[in-house]
Design a protein around this ligand. Structure first.
Ligand code: HEM
Length: 551
């Protein structure tokens, strides 16, 4: 018995020793890689000859790209830099000669990241068919978005795109959007800001703009007013405002954040297990999706019933009615998917752009003055021509004439694009225009944030906020090529809401700037951002408002 125990202890000690030795070897191996032999991979090597399994060097190039370790790929660097993902990837791409680098995750997951306009044109337009959203994207967002336009490829996408493109070009939809914006400003935004300025409160401008955008896009999508901006004022005072609409907004926010959180798992198996067991973030996601679906289903069902019993839909101007009227495939589930995709697309994008714009503006009185001058000129012109009898808000034509403001907002989006990175899947092996090999099933990410900060695209002053760079000699704001400035995507899947977004953003910016001076609390510090589907400020945008003297 004693001997048995003795041998058992011996064996256990031996096993421990072996394990220790193995760990030591592993540590030494990776230590050498990190410190001494760290390998960079990038894409300078622009050979057009394709090998079945391209070597790391052939797929990268120039020795400047992401560090790729055996087995772990770029994971160590990714984990180390996860909190500053955009800055890190921008730095890497900037030092790559063709602004593209291979990125490998553990296992067989390969991809490239690019900030090269020619590559962007190739994937978003020239070889569009080869770069769909792909199975991974669809799978991660399927629970929330189903088959909606934002999460579909092929025929399903085409069908939605066709109907939506037609509707987005109609004057009636444009007017509907502008009317909603004016009402929301008049009844909620301005009273909220006026109240804050009168009492000297600090308010979170990002939160206000997000609530504004959510109210707005819900009106556009299914003519429902969640009154989020109202419930904020109510919340501040009495903690009221917890109706079904408010619950819907909260649930929508959670569902979007938690769904996009799935992209950030270093090991996707973790969220899959959580989903299977119904625990943690996946349990919260399931609940949030249930609330969103229930709310949307009720509206869709009652709207469809109204449609079958009368022709009342003809008077409705929102997107849901327009899709119901379009007879092709309008099952309640499909309509729900469509509506949710639109709300997601139009929700945080304009608020993100405006939040960064207002932050940039707070340290640039010269730009503010130029905007004020432009607004004043438009007001004077208005009095002379009698264009708009309502001297309070700006008409569509007046908004169109705000060229400097358009430039100032575009310049803010160059530096802080609301959708900072966007990823597609590669269907079959391909070679990018810069010579980078892309394999079947690789992911391809175009990096809008990095592209806005490339000297090769914007010149030496790329990191300065200069609205004038967008203006021609006549002071007109020029269009930039969407492949150099893919803030609204490009090619057949280009953002459908671009014009609408500019109307909304210019209308809010002009109305607010004309009435208030905005001081950002700690404005000299750049706000930290959150990495989700859109570029949000981590701790909001705290501001103090002072009413301007009348112009
Ligand atoms: C500053 C504001 C906005 C920016 C920067 C922006 C940007 C983008 C980007 C980058 C995409 C491509 C995403 C992808 O599918 O890979 C996109 C798609 C889309 N956007 Fe926008 N967007 C904005 C506002 C809006 C608004 C207000 C709407 C209207 C509700 C809208 C509707 C859409 C739709 C429907 C798509 C999908 C198009 C398709 O897949 O065919 N967007 N947008």
């Amino acid at each position: 018995m004693v001997m048995e125990l003795f041998f058992s202890i011996q064996i256990q000690s031996l096993l421990c020793l072996l394990l220790l030795l193995f760990l030591l070897l592993l540590f030494a191996y990776f230590y050498l890689y990190f410190v001494g032999h760290g390998r960079h991979i990038n894409i300078k090597n622009s050979t057009h000859k394709r090998s079945k399994q391209p070597s790391a060097a052939a797929a990268g190039g120039g020795g400047q790209g992401f560090k790729i370790y055996p087995i772990l790929g770029a994971l160590p660097e990714f984990l180390y830099n996860r909190h500053r993902f955009l800055e890190w990837t921008t730095q890497v791409l900037r030092r790559c000669p063709t602004k593209t680098s291979v990125f490998r995750r553990p296992g067989k997951v390969h991809g490239i990241m690019t900030a090269n306009p020619e590559n962007v044109e190739h994937m978003l337009k020239t070889n569009f068919q080869n770069y769909p959203k792909g199975d991974r994207f669809n799978y991660l967002l399927q629970d929330f978005l189903g088959e909606g336009i934002f999460n579909s490829d092929g025929e399903l996408w085409k069908l939605q795109r066709k109907t939506a493109s037609y509707e987005f070009n109609t004057k009636s939809l444009r007017n509907f959007v502008l009317e909603n914006v004016v009402v929301e400003m008049d009844t909620r935004l301005l009273p909220t800001l006026e109240d804050a300025s009168r009492r000297g409160y600090v308010v979170d401008l990002q939160d206000i703009l997000e609530r504004f955008a959510f109210d707005n896009v819900c009106k556009l999508a299914f003519n429902v007013d969640p009154a989020c901006l109202n419930s904020m004022a109510a919340n501040n005072a009495t903690n009221a405002g917890a109706g079904a609409e408010f619950e819907f907004m909260r649930a929508f926010e959670d569902a979007a954040t938690l769904s996009s959180g799935r992209f950030m798992y270093a090991f996707p198996i973790v969220w899959q297990i959580k989903k299977l067991l119904g625990v943690g973030s996946e349990r919260r996601l399931r609940q949030a999706i249930h609330t969103v679906h229930k709310f949307a289903d009720n509206i869709i069902r009652s709207r469809m019933e109204a449609n079958s019993s009368s022709s009342s839909l003809q008077n409705e101007k929102d997107l849901l009615s327009r899709f119901i009227a379009n007879e092709e495939n309008n099952s309640p589930e499909f309509l729900r998917d469509i509506i949710i995709s639109f709300i997601l697309a139009g929700r945080d994008t304009t608020s993100s752009a405006l939040s960064w714009f207002f932050w940039l503006l707070s340290s640039r009185p010269d730009v503010q003055n130029s905007i004020l001058k432009e607004l004043q000129a438009i007001r004077i012109q208005n009095t002379n021509t009698g264009e708009n009898n309502n001297t309070f808000y700006f008409s569509f034509n007046q908004l169109r004439d705000m060229q400097y403001l358009q430039a100032a907002i575009s310049e803010a989006m160059r530096l802080y694009p609301p959708v900072p990175v966007d990823t597609k899947a590669c269907l079959t092996d391909d070679i990018m225009p810069d010579g980078t090999f892309v394999g079947k099933d690789w992911f391809v990410t175009y990096h809008t944030y990095a592209m806005g900060r490339m000297e090769t695209i914007w010149g030496k002053n790329y990191d300065e906020y200069v609205p004038e760079r967008w203006l021609d000699d006549d002071g007109m704001c020029c269009q930039e090529s969407p492949f150099r400035f893919p803030v609204f995507h490009a090619g057949p899947r280009m953002c459908l809401g671009k014009d609408m977004a500019y109307i909304q953003m210019k209308s809010i910016a002009a109305t607010v700037i004309e009435r208030f001076e905005i001081e950002v609390v700690d404005g000299d510090k750049r706000p930290e951002h959150l990495l989700s589907l859109t570029l949000r400020m981590k701790t909001g945008l705290p501001v103090k408002l002072t009413k301007r003297e009348r112009l």
